[in-house]
Ligand binder design. Structure first.
Ligand code: NAP
Length: 308
């Protein structure tokens, strides 16, 4: 019987695992994809207190080593269902059975849901078909394939700005396509982009069509103010329009808000004893690496207190 089963091995889940193991309880993390979650693709982290500069990959590996070094186990399985198992003994807590996509089951005394968020898709025609053939959601992973070529980044947040900066180092030209003329990303990133001579802004505009035979050859963008539609020849489009939660599998077990985030607060509890939630997958105002790690600690300590 696992003390705390953690769904997700991103910064929130691994931070929770560290706190659970240090409290003398057993932690098992179920991870559907890669350890580290979204942050693994971030080229540079400069805002995590106490660490001046690191990469998302290095940070993720350090978290992984810290958690597993303390005894946490990582199992590469996608959790798809959580079920409550009432105890026959009234003095004993219920337990939880978590089932994975491959049909494996795990029984635990408590569960922390730390599923994070996944990249938002544009939702336009041919987006899925051209994935890996010009369409990418990760400049760090795929940028090198576009050396010397013209590419576009779509979005106006820190991810889009950092992707554009990263790509500008070896692509011929980088278009930044954004639906407004104001950026959500930090002024520091906008300042850094001013030093680049191969960046072109396409503002107040959205991507409406993807063109190309076997691979992406151009994007059609529509200016929201003038309604003009123009074609931009690019061989790569890096979509960086934010994240969205992936909690659909648990929708009959936990309450989700209208955007799909698990309804919770800073206590990381929900209205079910023994179930906790941490990181980007829950309702919250600030979704940052620091707040994900913080949630992991809060949820883990709450779980350990519940287990007694
Ligand atoms: P984000 O801050 O949510 O920005 C998403 C951008 O995409 C916004 O500019 C938004 O436009 C645009 N957008 C959203 N939906 C769209 C759609 N359907 N079509 C076209 N454009 C759309 O997402 P993010 O940049 O991935 O960042 C997520 C969080 O991680 C943020 O808190 C960010 O600060 C943080 N982050 C930090 C670092 C770092 O510190 N090194 C690096 C990357 C990210 P509007 O502005 O018009 O809404």
């Amino acid at each position: 019987m696992i003390d705390v089963l953690i769904i997700g091995a991103g910064p929130a889940g691994l931070s929770a695992a560290i706190y659970v193991e240090r409290a003398g309880k057993s932690a098992v993390c179920l991870e559907a994809l890669t350890v580290g979650g979204q942050i693994v693709n971030t080229p540079e982290i400069e805002n995590y207190p106490g660490i001046k500069k690191t990469s998302g990959f290095e940070f993720s590996m350090a978290l992984y080593e810290q958690a597993t070094g303390l005894g946490a186990e990582i199992v590469y399985e996608k959790a798809v269902n959580i079920e409550e198992i009432p105890s026959a003994d009234v003095d004993k807590n219920k337990t939880y059975k978590v089932t994975t996509e491959s049909g494996k089951t795990f029984e635990a005394r408590s569960v922390i849901i730390a599923t994070g968020a996944k990249n938002r898709h544009l939702g336009i025609s041919r987006e899925e078909e051209l994935l890996g053939k010009g369409i990418s959601y990760c400049a760090t992973c795929d940028g090198a394939f576009f050396k010397g070529k013209d590419v576009a980044v779509n979005g106006g947040g820190n991810t889009a700005l950092e992707d554009a900066l990263f790509l500008s180092n070896y692509c011929n030209k980088v278009y930044i396509i954004h639906r407004r003329d104001q950026f959500r990303g930090e002024p520091k990133n906008l300042e850094a982009l001013k030093d680049k001579d191969n960046i072109e802004y396409v503002l107040d505009s959205t991507v409406v069509e993807l063109r190309g035979d076997k691979a992406l050859e151009s994007v059609m963008v529509k200016n929201k103010k003038t309604e003009d539609v123009k074609e931009i020849p690019v061989s790569g489009l890096f979509i960086a329009i934010g994240q969205e939660p992936d909690n659909k599998d648990f929708s009959d077990f936990v309450s989700l808000d209208e955007k799909g985030y698990i309804v919770s607060d800073e206590s990381c509890t929900i209205n079910k004893s023994g179930i906790f939630v941490a990181g980007d997958c829950r309702t919250k105002k600030v979704r940052q690496l620091t707040t994900a790690a913080s949630d992991g600690a809060v949820a883990a300590l709450a779980a350990c207190e519940y287990l007694g």
